[in-house]
Design a protein around this ligand. Structure first.
Ligand SMILES: Nc1ncnc2c1ncn2[C@@H]1O[C@H](COP(=O)(O)OP(=O)(O)OP(=O)(O)O)[C@@H](O)[C@H]1O
Ligand SMILES: [Mg+2]
Length: 254
C-alpha cells in the first residue's frame, strides 16, 4: 500500500489540476458570455431613445404636411424615413435577442435565404461594382427549426464580407443550400481576395479584422448564432488567395 502511495498522490494531483483547468475554462466562457450578453443588451437599450424620438419627429413632419398638398419629394422622404426606422427597429430587436432564450420554430429556410439575397440584389447596383449574385437551392419546401431573423442576420454578415472581399473587382457570390444526411448545408462562395489558411479559425474570434473600418464582429456573431443558438457549425470550408473562398454553415435538420 505504501509503495502505491506516490502513484495515488500523483493521480490525485493530476485530477486536481484537471478540475482546476476545467474550472478556469468554464469561468472564462461564462465571462465571455456575460460580456456578449451585456454588450448586446446595452446596444438594444441605447437604440431605444433615439429610435422613439425619430418616430416622433416623423409624426411631427407628417402632421405638418397633413391636409396640405404634399409634394412627391416629401412623401418620398417620409417613406424612406419609415423604412429606415423599421430597419433600425429590427436591428435593435436582433441585439435584444443575443443573450435571450431563443425560440426556434420550423421555418422555410429556402425563403429566408431568398429574401436576404433579394435585399442585397436591390442594393448591389449602388455599390458601383459588378457582382453576380447566384442562389442554387435544393431545400425548397423543407422546414427547419431556426430563428429566422438571427439566420438572416448571419447571412447578411457573410454576404457583406463577400462584397468587401470583391472590392474593386468584378466577381460573383454564389449561395448554395442542400440537404446532406441529417443536416442542411449552406455554402457561400466568392471569388474575392481569399483568406490565408493560418486565419481560417481566427477570423471567428471577436476583434479580428483586416479592414480599415471593420470591427471584426460579424463572424464572431455569426459563430455564436450558428453554434450556440442552433447547435450547428460555421467554418471556412476552403479558401485560395484571389481565387475563391467558401464559408459553410451546417445546421441540424431535426
Ligand atoms: N469572404 C471573405 N473573403 C476574404 N476575407 C474574409 C471573408 N470573410 C471574412 N474575411 C476576413 O475575416 C475578417 C473578419 O470578418 P468579420 O466579419 O468578423 O469582421 P469585419 O468584416 O472585418 O468587420 P465587421 O463585420 O465587424 O464590420 C475580415 O476582416 C476579413 O479579413
Ligand atoms: Mg464582416
Amino acid at each position: 500500500m505504501l509503495k502505491a502511495m506516490p502513484y495515488i498522490e500523483f493521480v490525485i494531483v493530476i485530477i486536481f489540476f484537471a478540475f482546476g483547468i476545467y474550472g478556469l475554462m468554464r469561468i472564462k466562457k461564462t465571462e465571455k458570455n456575460l460580456i456578449w450578453v451585456g454588450l448586446a443588451k446595452e446596444t438594444a437599450h441605447q437604440f431605444g431613445t433615439p429610435l422613439s424620438s425619430l418616430i416622433g419627429w416623423k409624426d411631427v413632419l407628417e402632421m405638418k404636411f397633413e391636409g396640405k398638398k404634399k409634394n412627391a419629394e416629401v412623401l418620398d422622404i417620409l417613406e424612406n424615413m419609415s423604412s429606415d426606422i423599421a430597419r433600425l427597429n429590427k436591428i435593435a430587436s436582433r441585439f435584444g435577442k443575443v443573450g435571450s432564450i431563443i425560440e426556434r420554430k420550423p421555418s422555410n429556410l429556402h425563403e429566408i435565404i431568398q429574401e436576404t439575397i433579394e435585399y442585397f440584389r436591390l442594393r448591389l447596383p449602388s455599390q458601383s461594382q459588378m457582382i453576380d449574385l447566384q442562389y442554387i437551392s435544393r431545400i425548397e419546401g423543407l422546414k427547419i427549426k431556426i430563428d429566422p431573423d438571427l439566420i438572416k442576420w448571419t447571412l447578411e454578415n457573410l454576404i457583406k464580407n463577400c462584397i468587401d472581399a470583391l472590392k474593386n473587382k468584378e466577381g460573383f457570390i454564389k449561395i448554395e443550400a442542400f440537404p446532406n444526411k441529417n443536416n442542411i448545408h449552406i455554402q457561400i462562395t466568392d471569388n474575392g481576395k481569399g483568406i490565408p489558411k493560418s486565419m481560417f479559425k481566427r477570423i471567428f474570434e471577436p476583434g479580428i479584422t483586416t479592414k480599415e473600418r471593420g470591427w471584426g464582429l460579424g463572424l464572431s456573431l455569426a459563430k455564436r448564432i450558428i453554434e450556440e443558438y442552433h447547435k450547428g457549425i460555421i467554418r471556412v470550408q476552403d479558401s485560395q488567395m484571389n481565387i475563391r473562398t467558401v464559408i459553410e454553415i451546417i445546421l441540424p435538420e431535426e
